[in-house]
Design a protein around this ligand. Structure first.
Ligand code: BGC
Length: 770
C-alpha cells in the first residue's frame, strides 16, 4: 500500500467512541486502563492499528550505520539496519502520521524525546514505546552502569541482588527515554560453543527461572504502572540455547517432554510469578516449524495454557527469515501471515510489514480482531507505563548520577559472581609476602570485563583487573606487562618478554579469556560469535606455561562468558578464578577476591567440560548417559555445575527429613546443619537436588530444586531447611500430565552437584491406594 492510500484511509475513520467533554476518554488518566484502551482502539483506523505493531530502529542508528558502511551493508548483514525502501525522512513522516508503534536502539534521551515529538504530531497522539537490549544494565547507552552478564548473575545464586540490579537498570532505561528491556534471556544454555551463553543464566531450568523472575520483578515491579517501570521481555521462545553445532539460530529438534521439562518452565515462571508483559520468539525452528510461525508455542502453550497476558514481539528480522532463511513460506507476505496468525503481535523491525499486513486483512485472510488483539496489548503497555501522560524524559543527563548511585550494586554483584575454581593455598594473596607481582595477560587491562550488549563506556566508569589490583596492592610491588588486549594474538617475542619479567617476580596474576565486546572486530564471543573449540585462543596457554616454567606461583583469572576447556591449566596452575564478564566494577571485585577482602561465594551455573568432544556436558543428564565411557579420555566434567570454593570450609551434617513416607500431595521439611569449620567468615550456597530413583519416563540423575545463601562466621553453624513440596517431585508422565509418581526419591544436599559431595536421604511417596 502506498503512503497516499494510507493517508486517504486515515481520513475516512469515523469515531463512535465514548465522549467525555472535549478531551477524548483515552486521554483522561482518571479512567481505568482497560476503558482507555477500548476508547482509543475504536477511534483508530486499520492502518493506525497495524502501525502500532510496527517497530523501527532509531534514526541515529540508521545514520550511524549509513556513515559506517557508506551504503555497503552486506546482503546477509541485516544486523546493521538501514532501510533500503524507506528514507529517514520517510520514517519521520510515518511517525508523524501515527503509523509507528515502537522504536528500538534509541540510545539517548534527546533522540527519544525528538521521536516522541514526532509522534505527538499524529492524529491520535499515541506515544512511542521504545525498547532496548538492556541485558545487564542499560549498556548500549553511554554512561550506564554495567552489571555482570547473566552468567555471572546466576553464579551469585542471589535472586534478590539480581532483582535490585534490574530495578536500578529500569531507572537507567527510563532516564534515556526507553521503556522496555529485551531481557531476561531465559534460554537454557546447553552448548557453550554458542556465543550467547554469557547472556543466559546457564544450564539449569530452576536457577534460570528464579533469576528470570527476579529480573522481571526488578524491571516491571508488581504492577508495571508508573514512570519508573519498564516492560521486561522473556526471550527467546524457545530452545535456542542448544543449537545444532553450537551455531546461533541453527535448528532445534526436541521432544515435547524435553520442552516441557527443560525449556518451557522458565516462561511459565515468568508469567505465573512475575506477569512478564512481553515475550520474544527465537531465531530457530523447532521440530520443523520456525518459532516465529509456531502457533503451538505462541498461542496454545504461552497464551492458552500458561495464561500469558502481554504481547509477543518478533526477533530482529525473524519474520522475514521464515521465508528467506527457513524457506517455510514461498513469500514474505506469507511469512507475515503465518507469524501473525500464529500469535505474533509486533514486528521487529522495518518497512514492508505494514503494507502486507493491511493487504492480508483487507483480503479477509487475517481477521481485524487479530489486529485489535495485538494492538490492544501494545496500547495497554503504553497506558500503564504512563506514556500518555508523559512520554518525554526531563532528567536527561542523569545517567552520570545514576552510575554514581548504582555502581556499588554492580561491585557487590561482581564480587558474589566470581567462582573460585581451584586453590592450592595460594589465595587469598598475602601481599606482604611478595616483593614483585607480575600482572599480565590480554584481559588484564581490558574492557572485556563489560561483556556483550554494551557499547564503549567512559574510561572513568570502568575498573579493569589491573586497575583493581592497583587499588589494593602497593605500586612498588606491581609489575605490569602489557600484552595488548587481543586474546587471539600469537607472538613469541611477547612470550619471551613475559618469561624474562617472571624471572624477576615472585608471583604472577595472569588474566586470560575471551573478548565479548560487540563493537570490537576482534571479539571471540557474544551474539553470532560461535566457536568450534572451547580452548583459550592465541598464545594464552603458552603464556601461562612460559611463566610457570620460571618456577613462580601463578594465579589465573578467566574473563569471558563461557566455560573454557582449561584442563591443561588445571593440571599445573595452583589457583584459578572464573570471573565471567563482571561489568564496570569487575576489576575491583577480582582484586578484592584475590587479596581476600572478599571471600568468594560464586557457584558455577554451567558444567565446565574438559573438551569440546564431551559436549553435551550437563549435570542433569539421564541415568544411562555414562553407561559407556570415552575410550580416549575422561567422561567426567572438569568442574561440575554448582562448584565453587571458598577461603573457608563448610561441613554438612545431620541431614534429616521430617517424615520418610509421604502421601501423594504431602510436603515435607528437609534440614541439614551447615558449619563453617574454617578460619574466616564465608558464604555457602546450599543446594538441594532431587532424583526420582525409578521412573517413567526416565528422569535426570539429579535436578536442582532449591538453594539458599548462608553466611557463617568461623565456628558458626546453622540449620538450613527446605520444604519439599509436590511441585518439586512432579514431572510430566507418559501421558504428558504433571504428576507425582509413587516410589522412592533421593534428596541430596551440598555445596555442589558433585555426587561425592552430596549428603543423601530417601523419601517414599506411597501409592494413593495404600
Ligand atoms: C537478538 C535479540 C535482541 C534483538 C534486538 C537480536 O539479534 O537475538 O535478543 O533483543 O536483536 O537487538
Amino acid at each position: 500500500m502506498r503512503l497516499a492510500l494510507i493517508i486517504g484511509t486515515l481520513l475516512s475513520v469515523t469515531t463512535v467512541c465514548a465522549k467525555s467533554g472535549k478531551t477524548p476518554l483515552y486521554k483522561n488518566p482518571s479512567f481505568p486502563v482497560e476503558q482507555r484502551v477500548e476508547d482509543l482502539l475504536c477511534r483508530m483506523s486499520l492502518e493506525e492499528k497495524v502501525g502500532q505493531m510496527c517497530q523501527y530502529v532509531g534514526i541515529e542508528h540508521i545514520k550511524n550505520t549509513e556513515l559506517r558502511y557508506k551504503g555497503k551493508v552486506g546482503k546477509n548483514d541485516d544486523a546493521n539496519a538501514t532501510y533500503k525502501t524507506l528514507s529517514i525522512d520517510g520514517l519521520q513522516k510515518l511517525t508523524e502520521q501515527g503509523l509507528v508503534g515502537s522504536y528500538l536502539h534509541v540510545v539517548s534521551a534527546d533522540e527519544a524525546n525528538y521521536l516522541q515529538t514526532l509522534a505527538m504530531k499524529s492524529r491520535l497522539q499515541i506515544p512511542l514505546l521504545i525498547g532496548i537490549d538492556a541485558i545487564h544494565g542499560n549498556g548500549l547507552c553511554e554512561g550506564a552502569t554495567i552489571y555482570p552478564t547473566p552468567i555471572g548473575q546466576a553464579s551469585t545464586f542471589n535472586p534478590e541482588l539480581v532483582k535490585k540490579a534490574a530495578r536500578e537498570t529500569a531507572l537507567e532505561i527510563r532516564a534515556t527515554g526507553a521503556h522496555w528491556a529485551f531481557a531476561p534471556n531465559v534460554e537454557v544454555a546447553r552448548d557453550p560453543r554458542w556465543g550467547r551463553i554469557g547472556e543466559t543464566f546457564g544450564e539449569d531450568t530452576y536457577l534460570i527461572s528464579k533469576m528470570g523472575v527476579a529480573t522481571v520483578q526488578g524491571l516491571q515491579t508488581d504492577d508495571l504502572n508508573g514512570e519508573d517501570k519498564v516492560l521486561a521481555c522473556g526471550k527467546h521462545l524457545v530452545a535456542g540455547g542448544e543449537p545444532v553445532n553450537g551455531l546461533n539460530a541453527a535448528p532445534m529438534d526436541a521432544s515435547e517432554h524435553t520442552l516441557r521439562e527443560v525449556y518451557l518452565p522458565p516462561y511459565q515462571a515468568l508469567i505465573d510469578e512475575a506477569q512478564v508483559f512481553t515475550v520474544m520468539a527465537a531465531h530457530n525452528e523447532l521440530n520443523g516449524i520456525p518459532c516465529h510461525a509456531n502457533k503451538w508455542l505462541m498461542t496454545d502453550i504461552l497464551r492458552n495454557e500458561f495464561g500469558f497476558k502481554g504481547f509477543m514481539v518478533s526477533d530482529w528480522m525473524d519474520m522475514e527469515r521464515i521465508y528467506s532463511s527457513h524457506h517455510y513460506t514461498p513469500s514474505l507476505k506469507e511469512a507475515y501471515y503465518e507469524s501473525v496468525i500464529a500469535g505474533m503481535d509486533m514486528h521487529m523491525h522495518g518497512p514492508g510489514f505494514m503494507e502486507k499486513m493491511i493487504e492480508l486483512v483487507k483480503a479477509g485472510r487475517i481477521p481485524e480482531e487479530r489486529i485489535d488483539e495485538a494492538c490492544r496489548k501494545i496500547l495497554e503497555a503504553k497506558f500503564r507505563l504512563g506514556l500518555f501522560e508523559n512520554a518525554m524524559v526531563h532528567h536527561k543527563n542523569s545517567l552520570k548520577t545514576l552510575f554514581g548511585a548504582h555502581k556499588s550494586t554492580a561491585l557487590q554483584m561482581a564480587e558474589q559472581s566470581i567462582v573460585l575454581l581451584k586453590n592450592e593455598g595460594i589465595l587469598p594473596v598475602d601481599v606482604s609476602k611478595y616483593k614483585n607481582i607480575l600482572v599480565t595477560g590480554p584481559n588484564a587491562d581490558s574492557d572485556a570485563i563489560l561483556g556483550d550488549w554494551t557499547f564503549a563506556q567512559p574510561k572513568e566508569n570502568i575498573v579493569t583487573v589491573y586497575e583493581g589490583l592497583q587499588k589494593v596492592i602497593p605500586a612498588s610491588k606491581l609489575n605490569f606487562l602489557n600484552l595488548g588486549d587481543d586474546v587471539r594474538i600469537v607472538d613469541s617475542t611477547l612470550l619471551e618478554k613475559a618469561g624474562e619479567m617472571a624471572k624477576h617476580s615472585d608471583l604472577a596474576i595472569i588474566v586470560l579469556g575471551e573478548n565479548p565486546l560487540r563493537y570490537d572486530k576482534r571479539k571471540t564471543m557474544g551474539e553470532n560469535v560461535d566457536r568450534q573449540t572451547l580452548d583459550l585462543l592465541g598464545m594464552q596457554e603458552a603464556l601461562v606455561h612460559r611463566i610457570e616454567a620460571v618456577g613462580i606461583p601463578v594465579v589465573v583469572v578467566l574473563v569471558g562468558g563461557r566455560p573454557l576447556t582449561v584442563a591443561s591449566l588445571v593440571n599445573t596452575v595452583p589457583a584459578i578464578l572464573q570471573a565471567w564478564e563482571p561489568g564496570s566494577m569487575g576489576g575491583e571485585a577480582v582484586a578484592n577476591v584475590i587479596i581476600g577482602k572478599v571471600n568468594p561465594s560464586g557457584k558455577l551455573p554451567v558444567t565446565m567440560p574438559r573438551s569440546v568432544g564431551q559436549l553435551q556436558m550437563i549435570y542433569n543428564h539421564k541415568p544411562s548417559q555414562y553407561f559407556q565411557k570415552y575410550k580416549d579420555g575422561e567422561s567426567t566434567p572438569l568442574y561440575p555445575f554448582g562448584h565453587g570454593l571458598s577461603y573457608t570450609t563448610f561441613a554438612y551434617d545431620h541431614l534429616s527429613v521430617a517424615k520418610q513416607r509421604l502421601q501423594p500431595g504431602d510436603s515435607v521439611k528437609v534440614s541439614v546443619e551447615v558449619s563453617n569449620i574454617g578460619k574466616v567468615e564465608g558464604t555457602e550456597v546450599v543446594q538441594l537436588y532431587i532424583r526420582d530413583l525409578y521412573s517413567s519416563p526416565t528422569r535426570p540423575v539429579r535436578e536442582l530444586k532449591d538453594f539458599a545463601r548462608v553466611s557463617l562466621k568461623p565456628g558458626e553453624k546453622r540449620e538450613v531447611s527446605f520444604m519439599i513440596t509436590p511441585d518439586k517431585l512432579a514431572y510430566y508422565n507418559r501421558e504428558m500430565k504433571k504428576v507425582v509418581e509413587p516410589g522412592e526419591f533421593e534428596i541430596m544436599l551440598g555445596g555442589s552437584s558433585d555426587e561425592g559431595q552430596l549428603k543423601k536421604v530417601k523419601i517414599e511417596v506411597i501409592p494413593s491406594y495404600e
